[in-house]
Write a protein that binds this ligand. Structure first.
Ligand code: SIN
Length: 537
C-alpha cells in the first residue's frame, strides 16, 4: 500500500493544474489510464473564455453564461469563474502556454456561439493541445509530482468500509502493465477524470472519456447532480474515416454558415442569433433539418473567408480535412452533431469538495453549477483551472491538520475466484449495445417511452456486466464498460426526473420550460433522482 498527500485521478487541465498548484505544499501522485497526453483537454479546439478586451465586462460574460445555462447556472460559481479568468490565463502564460497573438502582441480573441463579445483566448485551433503540452511538461519536471501512466482507478476506498467514519481515504488503482490492483491511500483524493462522451455512439471525445470518476463517486455514495444535461456539439466531421473529429464552433464565430446539402443556409429560421445561437439550439436545429430532409449530415461553409486566413486561423481543421480530401477553403465541410460535454457530474462546492469527506472533484467530472442546463462554449477549460486553484488553496491551508489524521491500513485487493476472461466479445458487444441504446433513445430529442426503453435495456446490461465483473479478472475495457453503464443509467434516470424541456434536455412529452423545474436534479446511490433547490454556494 502506498500513501501520498494528494492522489489525483486524471491528467487533463483540471488534474494537472491542481497537481502543479498543490505540489507547493505536498506530495502529489497523478494517475492516468493511458499516457499523460490522453485527456479530452488536448482535443479542445476553441479556447478559454476570459474578459480581456475594452468594451467587454465580467457582467456580460456572466450574462452570456446564464443565458446559455437556461436558468440553472449557480450565480457564485459563474461569478468566480468569469472574474478569475484573466488571472487564470496569466497563470497559463507563466506555465509556458503559447497563445495566439495579434501583430501588436496582445492576445488574439476569438468568438463562439452564445458569446456577445470576442473573448476566447486560443492557440489557433489547437488550444487544448498547447495547454496540455505546457502543463504536462511542468508536471513531469516537478520534483513533488509522480505521474503514473497506464494506471486506472477501480474504486474509491472509504474508511467506513473498515468500520471508520464515512471518509474517502484513497483508491484501488489498476496497473495495466503489471496487470494488478493496488491500494493508494491519500490525505485527499481528487477526481479529475473528465467526461463520458463514450456513453454515446457518436462523440467528439477521446476514447478515455468513459465517466470513470462519476461512476466511482456514485458507487462510493457521493451526491451527483444534473446528469440529464449532456451537451451535443453541433459540428463533428461526418466522414467514414474520421473518428470523433470536432469542427470548432470558432468557425461559425468567424463567419462560417450551416447549410443544407443543397447549399441553403438554415439557422436564421431557428434562432435570432442564427449560426451563433447557443449550442443546444443549433444541435436541435441540425437534428430537425436532417430528419426533415432525410440527409445524413448538413454542411458548414467557410469558403466566403480568404483561404490564407482560414489556413492560419484553423490549421488543425484545415490539415485534418485536407488529409481526407476536403479543402475547406474551397468546399463545405459535412458535419453532424455528436456527444461532447457532460454538464452534470459529482456535486462539488466552490472549493471542489464533494459531499464525501476526503473526496474532491474537478473539471468535467464535477458539477459546480457553472454550466447550468447548457454550457457556454470555452467555459469548461476555465472551470477546470479556477476550481483546481481553489481546491489546491483550500487543501494547502489544511494539509498540516490532514497529516495528523490516521490513515487506515487498507486490505489488499481481493481477486477471489476471478479468472481471466476468455470471451472479450461479451465486453465489446455490451459496449456497442449500450452506446447505440443511448444514441437512439437518450439523445438530442427524448421522450418518456424512449427513456423507459433505454432504462430497461441498460438495467439488463448492467446486470450482465456486474456478473461478468465479479467472475473475471479486470481489464481496462471491463472497468470502462462498467463505468459507462453506470453513467448511462444516471443520465437516463435524471432525464426521467426532469418533466420539462430546458437547455440540453428536450423531451417531446414535456416541450415547455416550467418554472417549478428551475432547480437541479440530485441523485446518489440508493436515492432516486429528485429536484432540489440550489446547492449551498
Ligand atoms: C469548439 O471549439 O467548438 C469547442 C469549444 C467548447 O466546447 O468549449
Amino acid at each position: 500500500m502506498e500513501t501520498t498527500d494528494y492522489l489525483v485521478l486524471g491528467s487533463g487541465i483540471a488534474g494537472l493544474s491542481f497537481a502543479l498548484r498543490a505540489a507547493s505544499h505536498g506530495q502529489v501522485m497523478v494517475v492516468t489510464k493511458r499516457t499523460g497526453n490522453d485527456a479530452a483537454t488536448g482535443w479542445a479546439q476553441g479556447g478559454v473564455a476570459a474578459v480581456l478586451s475594452e468594451g467587454d465586462s465580467f457582467e456580460q460574460h456572466a450574462s452570456d453564461t446564464h443565458d446559455a445555462g437556461a436558468g440553472l447556472c449557480h450565480e457564485r460559481a459563474v461569478d468566480l469563474c468569469v472574474r478569475g479568468a484573466p488571472a487564470a490565463i496569466q497563470w497559463l502564460n507563466e506555465v509556458g502556454t503559447r497563445f495566439s497573438r495579434t501583430p501588436e502582441g496582445s492576445l488574439d480573441l476569438g468568438r463562439e456561439g452564445g458569446h456577445s463579445m470576442r473573448r476566447v483566448v486560443h492557440a489557433g485551433d489547437l488550444t487544448g493541445q498547447e495547454i496540455q503540452r505546457a502543463l504536462l511538461l511542468a508536471v513531469r519536471e516537478h520534483p513533488n509530482i509522480t505521474l503514473r501512466e497506464w494506471h486506472m482507478g477501480v474504486d474509491l476506498i472509504t474508511h467506513s468500509q473498515f468500520g471508520g467514519p464515512d471518509r474517502c481515504v484513497g483508491a484501488y488503482i489498476f496497473d495495466e502493465v503489471q496487470g494488478r490492483i493496488e491500494a493508494v491511500t491519500a490525505r485527499a483524493t481528487v477526481l479529475a477524470t473528465g467526461g463520458a462522451g463514450k456513453v454515446y455512439l457518436y462523440t467528439t471525445n477521446p476514447d478515455v472519456a468513459t465517466g470513470d470518476g462519476v461512476a466511482m463517486a456514485y458507487r462510493a455514495g457521493a451526491w451527483l447532480g444534473n446528469m440529464e444535461f449532456f451537451q451535443f456539439h453541433p459540428t463533428c466531421l461526418f466522414h467514414p474515416s474520421a473518428k470523433s473529429f470536432l469542427i470548432s464552433e470558432a468557425l461559425r464565430g468567424e463567419g462560417a454558415r450551416l447549410c443544407l446539402p443543397n447549399g441553403q443556409p438554415f439557422m436564421a429560421e431557428h434562432h435570432p442569433l442564427g449560426d451563433l445561437a447557443p449550442r443546444d439550439v443549433v444541435a436541435r436545429a441540425i437534428d430537425y433539418e436532417m430528419k426533415r430532409t432525410g440527409s445524413e449530415h448538413v454542411s458548414l461553409d467557410i469558403t466566403s473567408k480568404p483561404p490564407a486566413f482560414v489556413r492560419e486561423r484553423f490549421p488543425g481543421i484545415y490539415e485534418k480535412c485536407k488529409s481526407l480530401g476536403i479543402d475547406i477553403t474551397q468546399e463545405p465541410i459535412p458535419v453532424v452533431p455528436a456527444a461532447h460535454y457532460m454538464c452534470g457530474g459529482v456535486t462539488a462546492d466552490l472549493d471542489g469538495r464533494s459531499s464525501l469527506p476526503g473526496l474532491w472533484v474537478l473539471g468535467e467530472t464535477a458539477f459546480t453549477g457553472l454550466h447550468g442546463a447548457n454550457r457556454l462554449a470555452s467555459n469548461s477549460l476555465l472551470e477546470g483551472l479556477i476550481f483546481a486553484q481553489r481546491a489546491a488553496d483550500a487543501l494547502g491551508s489544511q494539509i498540516a491538520a490532514l497529516r495528523q489524521q490516521p490513515i487506515p491500513s487498507v486490505p489488499a485487493w481481493e481477486i477471489g475466484s476471478a479468472v481471466a476472461s476468455d470471451e472479450a466479445v461479451v465486453v465489446s458487444h455490451n459496449w456497442d449495445e449500450l452506446r447505440r441504446t443511448m444514441w437512439n433513445y437518450v439523445g438530442i430529442v427524448r421522450s418518456n417511452s424512449r427513456l423507459e426503453r433505454a432504462s430497461r435495456r441498460v438495467a439488463l446490461l448492467e446486470e450482465e456486466i456486474r456478473d461478468y465483473y465479479w467472475k473475471h479478472l479486470v481489464t481496462r475495457d471491463l472497468l470502462e464498460l462498467r463505468n459507462i453503464a453506470a453513467v448511462a443509467q444516471l443520465v437516463i434516470s435524471c432525464a426521467s426526473a426532469r418533466r420539462e424541456s430546458r437547455g440540453l434536455h428536450f423531451t417531446i412529452d414535456y416541450p415547455e420550460t416550467l418554472e417549478q423545474y428551475a432547480r437541479d436534479v440530485a441523485v446518489k446511490r440508493g436515492v432516486s433522482p429528485h429536484l432540489r433547490g440550489a446547492w449551498s454556494q
